[in-house]
Ligand binder design. Structure first.
Ligand SMILES: *Cc1c(COP(=O)(O)O)cnc(C)c1O
Length: 381
């Protein structure tokens, strides 16, 4: 038992102190001070901190232009609107991702067409894309799942051959590269999320990047009610939304972004620890292709069966460790199944990853003692 130093009378049981959550952002006193400073100034909405954040994301990724926005889902929605994706259009998305990747296509009125994943990387099976192309296909939204770049290099070739736009959902993958080129900069548009489960966070927050000046100009208009300044006058030239990021959220991100490299090194260290210490024959550890780095937003392991996976989740929970499944097999979620009639067997790899895969804690604030505890529980099953 430990007592909380501020309130001596409050006794916190060990079971609570020792809980290991699935995510826990590393916010420093300096980060909080920066937020307080913005709030004290009274300038709360999109302002100079948002601009600095955009400049620093451009520097990090090597992209020419960027636009911060309210969250990662808004970033994807803005991307589809900027590309004028319409009803009747089809957009290729991976069958295994967070459901937002497909939801935005539905919200834009278009049809998501799912492609199964490569079971070794959990990313879209690029050669499989060919079989799902039609005369209505307008775009592909590849996801860099769990912080590992998909084979974006091969995907871009297919997109070019078929005259398709590419929106990279890099929500989990800030810092990830293939052939040393940052994710989000290969396609027409890239998007990031600053949700607390991602490497840097402002609670809610997102970013769109592009090397196409006209796309970012359109996105900046769409995130701000369709406002454009023409001859120093505010004009409303398109029906836009309010998808702006606040300036204090941007202030919270600036310091974290500066420390990103350290954060990713720590995550890599913890991943290395899992690779050497998890020894359970019923578990398959993740694979990283040679031409890519993994940013370990999620350490996603595969188990031999759904029953075994749920047992591991339960055992961890009993010992105060929170783990969960990694991502959804989207086509079999109720909305998509009811609307399009998909079956589990249509996307065997995505369905298997959904049923038998799981994410174990990995984040900067964990140490090897925490990870060893997790490994011991997993190895004992
Ligand atoms: C987190 C996530 C999103 C959504 O981001 P929000 O900021 O939570 O809206 C979209 N796609 C993927 C792959 C994600 O992991």
């Amino acid at each position: 038992m430990k007592t909380n130093s501020n309130t001596e009378s409050v006794v916190i049981p060990d079971s609570i102190i020792n809980n290991i959550g699935l995510a826990n952002p590393n916010i420093t006193k300096e980060d909080i001070d920066a937020v307080v400073q913005v709030i004290s100034s009274g300038m709360l909405v999109q302002g100079e901190n948002v601009e600095s954040l955009e400049t620093n994301i451009e520097k990090l990724t090597g992209v020419k232009y960027s636009a911060a926005c309210a969250n990662g889902t808004a970033a994807l929605h803005l991307a589809l609107l900027a590309l004028n994706i319409c009803p009747e259009d089809e957009v290729i998305v991976p069958a295994f991702s967070f459901v937002a990747t497909a939801n935005v296509v539905e919200i834009a009125g278009a049809k998501p067409v799912f492609v199964d994943i490569d079971p070794s990387t959990f990313n879209i099976d690029v050669p499989e894309i060919h079989s799902q192309l039609s005369s209505k296909t307008k775009a592909i939204i590849p996801v860099h799942e769990f912080g590992l770049s998909c084979d974006i290099k091969a995907l871009i070739v297919i997109a070019k051959e078929n005259n398709l736009s590419v929106i990279e959902d890099a929500a989990c993958a800030l810092g990830a590269r293939q052939d040393n080129k940052h994710v989000g900069t290969w396609g027409n548009i890239g998007s990031f999320s600053f949700h607390p489960r991602k490497a840097i966070t402002s609670g809610e927050g997102g970013m769109v990047i592009s090397n196409d000046k006209s796309i970012i100009r359109e996105i900046k208009k769409l995130r701000n009610h369709g406002i454009e300044i023409i001859n120093d006058k505010i004009e409303f030239t398109r029906a836009g939304l309010n998808y702006r990021l606040t300036d204090f959220q941007a202030a919270l991100l600036l310091g974290q972004l500066e420390r990103l490299e350290t954060t990713l090194i720590k995550r890599q260290m913890l991943a290395n620890f899992y690779f050497s210490e998890i020894k359970n024959r019923s578990i398959i550890l993740p694979h990283v292709p040679d031409d890519r780095n993994h940013t370990w937003q999620t350490f996603h392991i595969m188990t031999e069966s759904n029953k075994f996976r749920d047992m591991v989740l339960l055992k961890l929970k009993e010992k105060g460790v929170i783990a969960n499944y990694g991502a959804q097999c989207i086509p079999v979620q109720k909305y998509y199944q009811n609307k399009y009639g998909y079956e589990k067997a249509d996307f065997p790899n995505a369905y298997n990853a959904y049923m038998c895969g799981m994410a174990i804690p990995i984040y900067e604030k964990l140490d090897e003692v925490d990870c060893l505890r997790i490994c011991k529980i997993i190895n004992s099953i």
